[in-house]
Design a protein around this ligand. Structure first.
Ligand SMILES: [Zn+2]
Length: 138
């Protein structure tokens, strides 16, 4: 419980980076790479470049999600560029077997959940990708 509180406290300043009060729109397609190897979403045979905050980019670059049926919430900054809402807005989902799943990462050693890939803050184990129906344990 103490650990979780520390993580939440660290997250609060980042909330201010989100666009204030403007509801995001949702786009869905296949998570892929552009010709210059940047994250992109293929929607109706058209590539849309994806951008976001640091943790969002880590998720987009996670090879375990390559080719996923992917949904992002945010705003178009140009017709082929889409800025995804901040990581704490829970703005990225994978669609699988008819379910809309939140992208999370889990350390089974410490039972710590995070929202970007990387090493566990506690034991440094590389966290497992854990697609979840509900974000119910935070
Ligand atoms: Zn751990």
């Amino acid at each position: 419980m103490t650990r979780r509180r520390i993580l939440l406290a660290a997250a609060v300043p980042l909330l201010r980076l989100q666009a204030a009060g403007v509801p995001g729109i949702s786009i869905r397609g296949k998570l892929t790479r552009s010709a210059d190897d940047k994250p992109a979403l293929e929607v109706n045979h058209k590539l849309i470049a994806l951008a976001g905050d640091e943790d969002t980019m880590l998720v987009l670059n996670d090879k375990r999600l390559a080719g996923a049926d992917f949904e992002a919430i945010g705003h178009f900054t140009s017709p082929d560029h889409f800025e995804i809402d901040g990581i704490y807005a829970r703005a990225m989902y994978v669609h699988k077997d008819g379910q809309r799943l939140l992208i999370t990462y889990w350390c089974d050693v410490c039972s710590i959940r995070t929202y970007a890939p990387g090493n566990c803050v506690c034991c440094q184990k590389y966290t497992d990708l854990d697609l979840r129906e509900h974000d119910d344990d935070q």
